[in-house]
Design a binder for this molecule. Sequence first.
Ligand code: HEC
Length: 103
Amino acid sequence: MRHIFTIILLFSTISFAKDSVAMEVFHTYCWGCHHQTAEAFGPSFKEIANKRKKDEIVAQILSPKEMYKKLGYQRNSMPSFNDLNATEIDAIVAYILSFKDKK
Ligand code: HEC
């Protein structure tokens, strides 16, 4: 399993720099609670992509305490990731939005 993961990570690093940043952020910080298309502890990226704009996603990542009510949640169970840099934020948000359904 570990090897498959390493190979995938390596492949994406060689292929697309931005995608590899997104994959690293995803697997390091988000994957425990969010999956791409299936609901986990938090909503799937597909669900998020279909109902939110880029700004809302960025705001939620940086300060979920300020955002959860605006997004319609009763309580805040997500930690903030305000130590991610701009490149990492851009990459993970683009990755989330890539799951938006095509019309
Ligand atoms: C400890 C679990 C946990 C981790 C880790 C986590 N999240 Fe969340 N996230 C949640 C939960 C649960 C919600 C639903 C709101 C709530 O209950 O706080 C949520 C909500 C969100 C939302 C808003 C959902 C909506 O309705 O639009 C976004 C965007 C989001 N997470 C992105 C991320 C990203 C990106 C990462 C990684 C950098 C991440 N989350 C890491 C648990 C987590």
